[in-house]
Design a protein around this ligand. Structure first.
Ligand SMILES: O=C(O)[C@@H](CO)OP(=O)(O)O
Length: 215
C-alpha cells in the first residue's frame, strides 16, 4: 500500500529517554522521560523543521500516545510556534508491544535469550512473549493511515524506533520482509527526520542518537 495523501509527511522518532540511555526496553510503556541528550535531539529536530517550514507552518501535528513522543513534540512545537495542545495522539502509533520483555535490560535478555536480536537490522528475531510482531504494527499503522488519509496539507508524526520504520515501509511501498512479516524501512539514528511525499522518502535531518535497538 502506498500513501495517497497529497501533503508531505514528516516522520520522526522521539528523543533519547532514561530507558534508552540505560539500554532498557520500553515498548508501549506509557511514559519514560527524556534525558538531556533527548531534549537536545528534540531541540535540533525543532530547529531543522523550522529551517524547512518556517514559523507557524500549516502542519497537522500527530504523536504516539506515549509520553516520550509527546514530550519531544512539545519542544519541536515551541520551535515552530505551534500549539502543542492542538496535537492529535493515537495508540496505533506507539512502539512495538514488548510484552514480558518490557522494562528488561538488553544485556540481561541477550544472556537469557541468545539471538533474540537481529543486530544487523536492529529488529527482533521472534515476537516478544505476550507482545507484538511486525505484521501487527503494519496492520495498526495502515489502519491509522487509512483513517487520516484526508488530513489537510503537511503533517508531523512523532513516534518510535521500530514502529516508525514499519510506518515508513508501508508508506513507501517496500516489500514485506519474510523474516519480519512486514515492510521495514532502514534504521536511522535517534533524532532523525524523514519526509515522505507521494510514497518517496527523503531524509531531511540526521540525528546524533542511536539506532532503534538496542536503543
Ligand atoms: O521502546 C524501545 O525500547 C525502543 C525500541 O526500538 O523504541 P523507542 O525508544 O524508539 O520508543
Amino acid at each position: 500500500m502506498t500513501n495517497q495523501r497529497k501533503g508531505r509527511d514528516f516522520i520522526a522518532r522521539h528523543g533519547e529517554t532514561v530507558f534508552n540511555l540505560a539500554r532498557r526496553m520500553q515498548g508501549d510503556h506509557p511514559h519514560t522521560p527524556l534525558t538531556r541528550a533527548g531534549f537536545a535531539q528534540a531541540d535540533a529536530m525543532g530547529a531543522a523543521l523550522r529551517e524547512i517550514l518556517g514559523p507557524r507552518p500549516k502542519l497537522t501535528l500527530w504523536s504516539s500516545s506515549a509520553g516520550r513522543a509527546l514530550q519531544t513534540l512539545a519542544v519541536i512545537a515551541e520551535h515552530l510556534e505551534l500549539d502543542w495542545h492542538q496535537a492529535r495522539r493515537d495508540d496505533r502509533l506507539v512502539e512495538i508491544g514488548m510484552g514480558e520483555w518490557s522494562g528488561r535490560y538488553y544485556a540481561d535478555l541477550m544472556a537469557e535469550v541468545p539471538g533474540f536480536l537481529d543486530l544487523e537490522h536492529g529488529l527482533y528475531t521472534r515476537p516478544p512473549p505476550g507482545g507484538e510482531w511486525y505484521d501487527g504494527i503494519a496492520a495498526r499503522v495502515s489502519s491509522w493511515l487509512a483513517d487520516t488519509d484526508d488530513d489537510p496539507g503537511d503533517r508531523l508524526v512523532i513516534m518510535h524506533g521500530m514502529s516508525s520504520r514499519v510506518l515508513r515501509g508501508v508508506m513507501t511501498g517496500l516489500p514485506v520482509q519474510p523474516r519480519f512479516a512486514a515492510p521495514v524501512a532502514p534504521d536511522l539514528p535517534q533524532g532523525s527526520i524523514v519526509r515522505i511525499e507521494h510514497g518517496v522518502e527523503t531524509v531531511v535531518h540526521i540525528g546524533t542518537g542511536r539506532g532503534a535497538a538496542p536503543a
